[in-house]
Design a protein around this ligand. Structure first.
Ligand code: FMN
Length: 328
């Protein structure tokens, strides 16, 4: 399939694997890129720029296809050394960066100087337009359904994507709730040039996370995610578990007085315990409503091929069949 996104990134299929803390290691990124989609390493999971440089080298050993790096700009006071991370990305020969969180504006000159194409993840049309105005090459439009941080506007993709299509000139992918060929065709119909998936890629054979995580996603329904940290304007969609239910009780009790410290043990340092140790009640970890559509743990190549075959069948048979005029 050819879209503005496949052309921009030099990939065969218009599918991107979004950055994911403690999931986006070289193994997954390489598997996704080898399948003809765009794999992404998550920079901040690597504790230092040197470790990121090593992860990029590991990924390059596993694939000769294009892959990217996710750089998440956190809402924290103690900022990671972003310029050094960008240097590691540039020197590692990576030419695609997915930015997320706060605006990448301050880092655009360095990224552009290194010849890097930037796709910024946005949860609103106004942020997407801002990304376009500061020179981003594409955006990933993340609807209310998404795993991770859906922002504070709560606009689902059925509205957000056509709104983005009406306003944006640069290409964009639909993110949040994407799982299969139906998602891809719907996203294209709504004006996107491809899809970005997080949760669906966690439940694959190559995702280097504990089996308990994959099993939990397969077992979950679309009713099993919760929004946490809304009171801190840092809303995150997570899979429910006992720690998340306790967190929500604390949020209710503290109300407008909620401080980050009140819930620290439920949200900080959780990812290694969940993703590495498989302790599913360790705390809050991102998961999308799309878990309700995920029923198996295929290899990445099987998943990508299945999505493309299903999209092909949908367009060539189901949709075009509906247009056929019935002979008299
Ligand atoms: C376990 C997990 C961890 C994530 N970590 C990050 C992250 O560190 N940075 C980021 O920009 N997005 C992160 N995301 C969001 C994804 O990149 C993607 O935007 C989102 O999952 C799309 O929604 P979906 O899960 O419905 O496909 C994470 C998502 C998941 C499921």
């Amino acid at each position: 399939m050819k879209t503005r996104i496949t052309e921009l990134f030099g990939i065969r299929h218009p599918i991107i694997q979004g950055g994911m803390h403690y999931v986006g290691f070289a193994e997954l990124a390489a598997a996704v890129s080898n399948a003809g989609a765009l794999g992404i390493i998550t920079a901040l999971t690597q504790k230092t720029p040197e470790l990121l440089a090593r992860e990029i080298r590991r990924c390059r050993d596993m694939t000769d296809q294009p892959f990217g790096v996710n750089l998440t700009f956190l809402p924290t006071l103690a900022s990671p050394p972003y310029p050094e991370y960008i240097q590691a990305i540039a020197e590692g020969g990576v030419r695609i960066v997915e930015t997320a969180g706060r605006s990448p504006e301050a880092y655009m000159p360095a990224l552009k100087k290194a010849g890097i194409k930037v796709i910024h993840k946005c949860t609103s049309v106004r942020h997407s337009l801002k990304a376009e105005s500061i020179g981003c090459d594409a955006v990933s439009v993340d609807g209310f359904e998404c795993g991770g941080h859906p922002g504070e506007d709560d606009i689902p993709n059925m509205i957000l994507l056509p709104r983005a299509a009406d306003e944006l000139k640069i290409p964009f992918v639909a993110s949040g709730g994407m799982a299969d060929g139906r998602s891809l065709v719907a996203a294209l119909a709504l004006g996107a040039d491809g899809i970005n998936m997080g949760t669906r890629f966690v439940a694959t054979q190559e995702a280097p996370v504990h089996q308990n995580v994959k099993d939990a996603i397969v077992a979950a329904t679309e009713l099993d995610t919760r929004l946490v940290m809304r009171g801190l304007r840092n809303t995150e969609r997570v899979l429910t578990n006992s720690a998340v239910e306790q967190l929500i009780e604390i949020e209710k009790a503290r109300g407008a007085n909620l401080k980050f410290d009140d819930i620290l043990d439920k949200v900080a340092g959780v990812y290694p315990r969940v993703m590495v140790e498989g302790d599913m009640d360790a705390g809050a970890w991102s998961c999308g409503m799309v878990a309700g559509l995920i029923r198996d743990i295929p290899s990445v190549a099987e998943l990508v091929d299945r999505i493309m075959d299903e999209a092909d069948q949908l367009v060539a048979r189901r949709l075009s069949g509906m247009l056929e005029t019935v002979a008299a």
